[in-house]
Design a protein around this ligand. Structure first.
Ligand SMILES: NC(=O)c1ccc[n+]([C@@H]2O[C@H](COP(=O)([O-])OP(=O)(O)OC[C@H]3O[C@@H](n4cnc5c(N)ncnc54)[C@H](OP(=O)(O)O)[C@@H]3O)[C@@H](O)[C@H]2O)c1
Length: 320
């Protein structure tokens, strides 16, 4: 089968498209014929091993799993004897950032992995991009303890994580102030943001409002800059480690001190989260934003684009 593989950590060019053996599902696995996957910041992080710590999961010296692709959407081609829940021919999507595998014509997933049925009327492209940004957004929203009627500021609201966060916060009844560039003002209004601050025209730190949550979904701000925007007991969450890893050690210190503080939740993906997201897509309270679509053969280009840090929502990979 055709797959995008990488045998060493490095820039986008370490990835190439080759023929590799089709995986054989074991008793507790499904074989999925992949229609679409995505290229996202999770893949980029593991492929580049920019943060050396990622090697503890992906292999210390070289990648343990040579096919990336944490998001996938496709059809169940066959199933092991000890699988339950899905039938051959069913359209499913899911997320796996341990073994990956979506950048190939076929992949195997375990019964217990984070997979769900594709909601009616949703394309494979859209289904493939439901989970990566949204599961980070969901983890952070839940960790913040934000409640219906409270207000959140989302900085970097048009990334995969930010655009999911805006929609999920609205689903939870939160008032959302979103910070974006001029070009994306109408997009983010359409996603339901109550107030949109165009950072090319206004400084969001001068906006006269206090928030329960400041969510820096693109990791470009800092607790120091945003602290004054927080209500008493408000929380700041960033998707990046911050200068000298300050978001991690300040989160540990903040837990002891209380008051306005940083949280640094560790994202985990469960089957129930993916089912929750499938339900949100089914009731249309959340729809992933799609930016560009690349063929599998053009995966290096797709990585280069993702790594500009300027994608809007998700970049789709067309496998079939
Ligand atoms: N290490 C990992 O495993 C991992 C995994 C996932 C995510 N992350 C991190 O999480 C963050 C978000 O990921 P993502 O995929 O959601 O991001 P993304 O889609 O790459 O975010 C791109 C968006 O960020 C906005 N942006 C870029 N620079 C900005 C700036 N200086 N100020 C305000 N907005 C800016 C842009 O919006 P405008 O066009 O409106 O400027 C763009 O739409 C990234 O920092 C990423 O590295 C890390």
């Amino acid at each position: 089968m055709k797959a995008a593989i990488y045998k060493k950590y490095g820039p986008p060019e370490v990835v190439s498209v080759s023929e590799i053996p089709k995986p054989v599902p074991s008793a507790d696995e499904y074989l999925i014929r992949v229609y679409n996957s995505t290229v996202n910041r999770t893949e980029s992080g593991f492929r580049s091993a920019e943060y050396v710590v990622s090697r503890f999961w992906s292999g210390l010296l070289k990648p343990k799993y040579q096919v990336l692709g944490c998001e996938f959407a496709g059809i169940i081609e066959s199933k092991g004897t000890e699988t339950y829940g899905f039938e051959v021919g069913e359209a499913v999507f899911g997320y796996n950032d341990e073994r990956f595998g979506g950048h190939a014509e076929y992949m195997v997933v375990k019964n217990t992995d984070a997979i769900a049925k594709i909601p009616d009327g949703i394309s494979f492209e859209m289904a493939a991009s439901i989970s990566e940004g949204a599961h980070y957004a969901l983890t952070n929203i839940r960790a913040s303890g934000i409640q219906k009627g409270q207000t959140a500021l989302v900085y970097g609201a048009t990334g995969a994580i930010g655009s999911a966060a805006v929609q999920l916060l609205k689903y939870f009844g939160v008032r959302v102030v979103a910070v974006v560039n001029s070009q994306n003002v109408s997009l983010i209004q359409n996603l339901g943001a109550d107030v949109v601050i165009d950072y090319q025209k206004e400084d969001f730190t001068k906006w006269n409002e206090k928030y329960h949550l400041v969510f820096d979904a693109v990791g470009k701000s800092s607790f120091g800059v945003c602290k004054a925007l927080l209500q008493e007991n408000g929380v700041y969450i960033s998707t990046e480690l911050g200068k000298n890893g300050e978001n991690v050690w300040r989160a540990i210190w903040g837990k002891i001190r209380g008051g306005r503080r940083i949280l640094f939740p560790i994202p985990v993906t469960s089957k129930s989260d993916i089912e929750f997201l499938a339900d949100r897509v089914a009731d249309r309270s959340f729809l992933p934003v799609i930016d560009r679509i690349y063929d599998l053969d053009d995966i290096v280009e797709a990585y280069r684009y993702v790594e500009t840090g300027q994608k809007t929502g998700n970049v789709i990979l067309k496998i079939r």
